[in-house]
Design a protein around this ligand. Sequence first.
Ligand code: ADP
Ligand code: MG
Length: 305
Amino acid sequence: MKTEADNGLDIGELGRPGGVGIRCQGVVHLYRTFEGHDVVALQGVDLTIQPGERVAFLGPSGSGKSTLLTLLGGIQKPSAGRIFLGDDEISRMGERYLARIRSRRVSTMLQGSTRNLLPYATARQNIAFARLALSSAERRGALLDTDLLGRVGLEQQADQVVSTMSGGQRQRLALACAVSTSPQLLLADEPTSQLSHEDRDHVIELLHELGDDLGTTIVVVTHQPEVAATFPRTVTMKGGRVGAEGRDGAEYVVIGAEGVVHLPTHLAAEWPQGTLVRIEPEDFDRLVVSRPSDRDPEDTWEGDR
Ligand code: ADP
Ligand code: MG
């Protein structure tokens, strides 16, 4: 029988500070619908995130952000391609190992404030539930419920039932549950999209504080520019690929598989699909993209006749 040690799997000890790195290679994901046709949600994602890095995923609805997050969290497995958390390839792991990864090393806050909590349980019971998979030694080493609830400003709500809480309180509790196992990776899908500005800022501030304290790698999906602006790195998904990246405020388009490049959104309307362009190197670090203009007969199809 194979043991964990044989597989070289490091399930991670609780209390061990620090984040884990992520590597995606050619990740493809298809959903099979009831009608029997496939929806391509991801088509070749290549992405590396360093241990402890904080990244915001942006992009239009349907571009694959939530799908990528569930793959990183080991909730689904990719149809093709490879995903590594540290040295462990989660895209090849069996369900038993994945379950352990999910209960200890990675916490995922799903989209929507109702999906991450037990609605009829109290705040304290929800935290206890999130920690169920931990060993008693690990539980002893973890932050006390009261301290954790204090961190997210819910000390008064410790014994309050979730269904009676406000949206902001629920998201803060979901965050407390997510970090209650000291994960090396925290994934959050639109954690602030239904919150007031005040609650939004509070949740994001807490997220960054926890990152500062624990060194956790953090990936947040958001469509709110105010949220994205608090992250040093942004990854913009387009049509199931990484289309662009922002680093320290500068925007870069990412060259994809087979040389595919997405035009920045503000230019795409002026250069519609089907436009014929020329791409010529001007220097070793510069390409010129041009379309034939009407004024220059040399450059039109007429000129070829
Ligand atoms: P985003 O989070 O960026 O809005 P998603 O990852 O939710 O994007 O979706 C990407 C694509 O996959 C979309 O075309 C969506 O309709 C499709 N999709 C997502 N979940 C499912 C599912 N469970 N079954 C079928 N198609 C899905
Ligand atoms: Mg989504």
